[in-house]
Design a protein around this ligand. Sequence first.
Ligand SMILES: Nc1ncnc2c1ncn2[C@@H]1O[C@H](COP(=O)(O)OP(=O)(O)OP(=O)(O)O)[C@@H](O)[C@H]1O
Ligand SMILES: [Mg+2]
Length: 349
Amino acid sequence: MLFNPKIVSFALAACVALITTLSVSLVESRPEPLLVCGSLAFASSSVLIYSALEFLVFREIKKIYSVIDKVKKKDFKVIRDNLGNNANPLRKLNEEIFAYTARKQQEIDDLKKLEEFRREFLADVSHELKTPIFAAQGFIHTLIDGAVDDKMVRDKFLAKAAKSLDGLDALVQDLLTLSQMEIGAIKMHRERVNLFEVTEEVFEQLEEKAASRRITLKFAKQTDTQAWVRADPQRIFQVMTNLISNAIKYGNENGKVVVSFITDKDYVLTSVRDDGQGIPPEHLKRIFERFYRVDKSRSKDSGGTGLGLAIVKHTIEAHRSKVSVTSKIDKGTTFSFKLERDATLVRIG
Ligand SMILES: Nc1ncnc2c1ncn2[C@@H]1O[C@H](COP(=O)(O)OP(=O)(O)OP(=O)(O)O)[C@@H](O)[C@H]1O
Ligand SMILES: [Mg+2]
């Protein structure tokens, strides 16, 4: 109560009135003028001191309390205008505290998210590594325990152990590629590449896989065969391989995978379309995350680790672009991305 602006200003105004009256009494001894002088000094200084305290100090202190309240409720929606030019030091202090707290809170939230992500990632990696290691371990122990004497069993188990270890190798390679891309250790060696030719090679390589599901790999009718871009040929080969092999894996048996290139002035738009089961909308945002699978058991059966799309995303981002996906249940899925068009082509042809 003592720090109520009214009480403080009345107390200070009384002091000012007393000092003024005492000073005037040195030259004027009549009581009336002294009384008038004292009253005027009291009235005017109480109004002035009250306004100064209320508007410059107490109002700002109240704001500091309301900011503390907001901080407690994590409500950081405040417009901070001309922080640097504010003449009132209390207001400036208030805004500085608010900005600092908002920044720190954001950092804490980011760290919590990172911690959560790290925990999930460690659990996923251990799980994925465990599966092939356990399988290979099982086959080898069975061989040691005597199965090695039977030639048929030995060859079969050795082949299975080797397959598990190949899977493990592929997984570790993918993880290494991803982490190196994330820290920027892999530089893209961009050169002039025709995406059409790259895709023809990918088609050739995946021909058998597609045939096993009776899927046709083809280019769209209106595709541009001169899809020249500036990109890292090996990395883009990997991107196209991952997208097309996904389209084969998750596409319809007897269906088709259609690739198209549309060339614009500055870029080439690539799309890979399948007519498979599609991806439910709630999964669409997450499929580019490491180890994320829509249907865990199904994609595992087809030998996936859930890293293919994460590699696609990082590679395309390293080419300063973005991958997008659209999908309709039971109709199919289309992945697309743009790459910078190679300008030298314009002159050549
Ligand atoms: N064309 C597609 N149609 C339907 N679902 C898809 C398609 N492409 C990807 N998905 C879904 O997204 C998930 C993630 O794909 P991603 O390529 O990253 O992993 P994967 O194919 O399971 O394994 P990997 O590519 O590492 O062998 C898949 O498990 C699958 O559920
Ligand atoms: Mg895949």
